[in-house]
Design a binder for this molecule. Structure first.
Ligand code: FMN
Length: 169
């Protein structure tokens, strides 16, 4: 089999090309063994399988939350609405308690579900794949839900470094 040839682009060119792909934005939440609530903003979420119900997301190896996500069996993928840009920024930047002042409920699996999320997936982690500078988490969805007003809401969309709402063509 032929091997991959080395890239003919630098990291910035790669990032710029990747950033053209519009994604939704999620906050992945969990509870550490100490009881501390942990959350990170992630746009790497995607669906994998309907039967069994599987989803994936990836986390940078250098992420401070990595030890907790590695150790925990459960987490929640919270799909953000466009009205939740503040949460997106908070869970990407704040160094201390990211849950301070953030309203949430406990899901069936005991993990925090953010109020106002457009949809949420309560997952049991099924497998992890170390690839390059990220770890891919594959979660088996045990519970999921959609905001009762989802039909009138817009998702938060991220593309080329900018945040958008969504309007139908
Ligand atoms: C829109 C957006 C999407 C992001 N997506 C990811 C992602 O998919 N994976 C990741 O590891 N970091 C992603 N980040 C960066 C993390 O949110 C940020 O580095 C994280 O909060 C680090 O927290 P920690 O070091 O406390 O774990 C994203 C940030 C933003 C603003």
């Amino acid at each position: 089999m032929k091997r991959a040839s080395p890239p003919n682009f630098d990291q910035n060119a790669f990032k710029q090309a990747l950033s053209q792909f519009a994604t939704g934005v999620t906050v992945i939440t969990t509870r550490a063994a100490s009881g501390q609530l942990i959350g990170i903003t992630a746009s790497s979420f995607n669906s994998v399988s309907l039967n069994p119900p599987l989803v994936l997301w990836s986390l940078a190896t250098r992420s401070a939350s990595m030890p907790v996500f590695r150790a925990n069996s459960h987490y929640v993928v919270n799909v953000l609405a466009s009205s939740q840009l503040d949460l997106c920024k908070r869970f990407a930047t704040v160094k201390g308690d990211r849950f301070e002042g953030v309203s949430h409920a406990e899901g069936d699996t005991g993990m925090p579900v953010l109020d106002g999320a457009l949809a949420w997936f309560e997952c049991h982690n099924r497998s992890r794949y170390e690839e390059g500078d990220h770890v891919i988490f594959v979660g088996e969805v045990e519970r999921c839900g959609v905001h009762e007003n989802a039909a009138e809401m817009s998702p938060l969309v991220f593309q080329n470094g900018l945040f958008h709402g969504l309007a139908p063509l």
